[in-house]
Design a protein around this ligand. Structure first.
Ligand code: BGC
Length: 755
């Protein structure tokens, strides 16, 4: 067992931390979380930890949503019981060991193996020296399974020792249906979901199984007498199931999953888990030579990105904090489509497909929202949980601690274009005909229809979209947000394109779908008219897009004067003044530049970046990633690197306790985007993949794999040799565009192009 508990030695593959600091521990629990897209466990300590509470739970199960009470109708992820709790006590001591007894604590996240490894030493009183090494993982191969392995070294001789293993939080937020020694079944209060957990735990002393004493549901104790050099090994396997209706027998399923896992044994479970992680790393690892800090930040990002998705469950998507913390109640935002889908689409299409299928399954919710608001088509929820209904709260506490109205649920419309954008790019990158035909097309048509109804024709002959919030949420109820309008126009045009494609390629499907959603040629023509006359805010003289109507007239404030601030700009200036100023919360026109580069011809990208970047206060962790991509594509490598470091620090800087609510998964997606879409300059369109790299000074090489329409391609940008190598490692011949020139590629002929 000891070998399994050894963390990797290579610093590029681990994140580690020594000691215990109650002030920072909650943030560290987020950072050191383990997850497999179904089960998420925060990285709290094992025996000597702070108690789990309802407001700060440690265990998350994807999709286990419930309204938290009659006064809190907004659904939130309900915490599941924490299955990792252990207490150790010795006859010589009055109470079990606690946090103050620990003299050494080390935690190491092993990215390669997807495991958290901890070591603690307990030296109180002196005659008892305990060293505890622990591994915990949630299986990437079988997502229902979690594993905890513990190895004790105990110096004391002839001491009576007792280990108690239990679950914490059995009573949290759920209604107990069945509670047995090793199995529990709960249901949610309102949402009709079920959770079942089953567990098997074994203690071996010098290879011999010690008989457990049952102490009630999920609780056992083991007693033995210590001897120096004794090998004391504990293993606990947990199985977890979520069921979305009473018809599924969650208890029977979980029992069967546990039995299978027990028959495989911890070694088999560990091996299968490591094999699955290995496959993920082969499909997505980004290696950077010359900059160890960036390398580690990227690995940390990839570790969390790989742990956030579950390709097997299209009923869930990824929350703003993934499964690592309670912020945002487990709700899903545009973060998934714009900041995460590029990574999944290009390295893990199965996960991308599941995430987009979630949007297909919640299409009815989006249609209902559109109808309720008086529009047609599908208006996706700004915050989405399990059904697709809008779950954005109507009130909240602002950064200035004042209660405020939250208008995003009715005004932040761009989510409906962001979903369409991700669907189309998934189709471009994968050529997944079945998904497009059976699910994606309907999303594109219904979101196009929404935009065509939402844009109003006015006397100036243009279509306007009034009363919205763009990505820059500091400005509310604005008209003609360039990002929203341009993305709306783009969505309508993709709707028209997919209609033409279906008609041509799959006429039967077109006939059925157009009949089902009652879509005729006259309506399609109207859409085309709306797209062609959409107000864009583009000033052809300067190439600048006005972020929204009237933005250029707002007070101009020099953000450089506020460089040392430690709070967001809307707190510094107050909400009212911020709303009247050219202060942007996060990438808005700059986001548009990244998503629709073709809309920024002839130096317009540089002009817009130069105008908007100094006005952006980066009040959201999403901002740095898009700024970094835009800057890198413009060749402003130092600026891009500044954003890369800023995004890396969001979850890694240990200087303040800012991430107790979970890691910022979109910022982590942004790191991958900056490396691959920014510094390597990877683009994709109908003609295929393109590369136009621009590496930071320290990065001597940058290498990564991507998947393209059933093929695997590996890319190495070598700054010293000034070459770009692209190798088709799997699949049919293809062409790739490098710095504007197309090059054919076959498996036999790797490509090496000088730049
Ligand atoms: C940002 C949104 C984001 C949300 C969840 C907000 O602060 O402004 O753009 O979707 O957080 O990450």
């Amino acid at each position: 067992m000891l070998q399994a508990l050894e963390p990797a030695r290579d610093p590029a593959w681990i994140l580690d931390q020594h000691g215990f600091d109650p002030l920072r521990d909650s943030s560290r629990e987020s950072r050191f979380a383990i997850s497999n897209g179904f089960l998420g466990m925060r990285g709290g300590r094992t025996i000597d930890r702070l108690p789990q509470s309802l407001v700060a739970p440690r265990t998350y199960v994807a999709g286990l949503f419930d309204a938290l009470g009659p006064d809190l109708p907004i659904p939130a992820l309900v915490p599941a019981p924490d299955w990792l709790k252990l207490d150790v006590s010795f006859s010589a001591l009055k109470a079990p060991l606690t946090v103050s007894d620990v003299s050494f604590h080390h935690r190491a996240l092993d990215f390669r193996r997807g495991a958290l490894l901890t070591e603690s030493r307990i030296a109180r009183p002196r005659e008892i020296a305990v060293r505890l090494r622990v591994l915990r993982l949630v299986s990437l191969q079988c997502r229902a399974i979690g594993l905890q392995l513990v190895h004790f070294d105990i110096e004391a001789d002839g001491m009576e020792a007792m280990l108690v293993a239990s679950f914490e939080g059995l009573e949290f937020g759920l209604v107990t249906q069945r509670l047995e020694q090793d199995l529990g079944v709960w249901r949610t209060n309102v949402s009709g979901k079920w959770l079942a957990m089953a567990v098997a735990a074994t203690l071996r002393v010098d290879g011999l199984v010690v008989a457990p004493k049952p102490l009630g549901p999920f609780k056992w104790s083991w007693n033995w007498v210590t001897k120096p050099g004794q090998a004391v090994c504990f293993e606990r396997i947990v199985a977890v199931t979520r069921a979305d209706s009473a018809e599924e027998d969650a208890g029977a399923t979980v029992r069967q999953r546990l039995e299978t896992a027990i028959s495989v044994g911890w070694r088999g479970l560990l091996e299968a888990h490591e094999t699955s992680w290995d496959a993920r790393w082969r499909a997505c690892d980004v290696t950077i030579a010359g900059d160890p800090a960036s390398q580690r930040a990227l690995r940390f990002a990839l570790y969390h990105l790989n742990g956030a998705a579950d390709p097997g469950d299209p009923r869930v998507s990824i929350a703003a904090r993934a499964l690592t913390g309670a912020d945002y109640n487990g709700h899903v935002f545009w973060d998934t489509e714009i900041f995460l889908l590029p990574f999944y689409t290009l390295t893990w299409p199965e996960a991308a497909r599941a995430l987009l299928t979630y949007r297909f399954r919640t299409l009815d919710g989006a249609r209902a929202k559109a109808t309720r608001m008086g529009w047609r088509g599908a208006m996706y929820a700004w915050e989405s949980a399990d059904t697709g209904a809008e779950t954005c709260p109507e009130h909240g506490i602002g950064s200035d601690r004042r209660v405020l109205n939250i208008l995003c649920g009715t005004q932040e419309l761009h989510i409906s274009a962001d979903v369409a954008y991700a669907v189309w790019h998934y189709w471009l990158a994968t050529g997944d005909v079945v998904f497009l035909r059976d699910a994606g097309a309907e999303i594109l048509l219904e979101t196009a229809r929404f935009w065509a109804s939402r844009a109003q024709s006015e006397a100036d002959g243009l279509h306007h979209i009034r009363g919205v919030i763009g990505p820059d949420e500091y400005h509310e109820t604005i008209d003609d947000n360039a990002f929203t309008n341009m993305m709306a126009r783009w969505t309508i045009r993709r709707g028209l394109e997919v209609a033409a494609l279906l008609r041509l390629q799959w006429p039967e499907r077109w006939a059925a779908l157009s009949a089902a959603i009652v879509l005729d040629d006259a309506e399609l023509q109207r859409w085309a008219g709306v797209a062609d006359t959409m107000a864009t805010g583009l000033d052809p003289r300067t190439g600048l897009y006005e972020q929204f109507a009237g933005f250029f007239d707002l007070e101009s404030i020099d953000l450089a004067q506020y460089a040392g601030r430690s709070v967001p700009m809307d707190v510094v200036l107050g909400r009212e003044r911020t709303q009247k100023a050219q202060i942007i919360k996060q990438a808005d026109v700059v986001a548009l530049m990244v998503l629709l580069p073709e809309a920024f011809a002839d130096g317009a990208a540089a002009a817009n970046f130069s105008y908007y970047e100094p006005r952006c206060s980066h009040g959201s962790s999403l901002s740095a990633g898009l700024h970094g991509v835009a800057a890198a594509r413009l060749g402003r490598v130092d600026t891009a690197m500044r954003f890369f470091r800023q995004a890396a620090a969001t979850d890694l800087a240990d200087t303040h306790a800012a991430i107790d609510g979970g890691v910022h998964i979109a910022a982590l997606g942004g790191l991958w985007m900056m490396a691959v879409l920014g510094f390597a300059g990877l683009t994709m369109d109908e003609s295929g993949l393109g590369l136009d790299p621009q590496l930071p000074d320290d990065w001597t090489t940058l290498a990564f794999p991507v998947q393209w329409r059933g093929r695997a391609v590996s890319v190495v940008v070598d700054a010293a040799q000034r070459t770009i190598q692209a190798t088709l490692t799997d699949g049919e011949p293809m062409a790739i565009t490098i710095r504007g020139e197309r090059h054919p590629m076959t498996k036999q002929t790797p490509l090496s192009v000088r730049f």
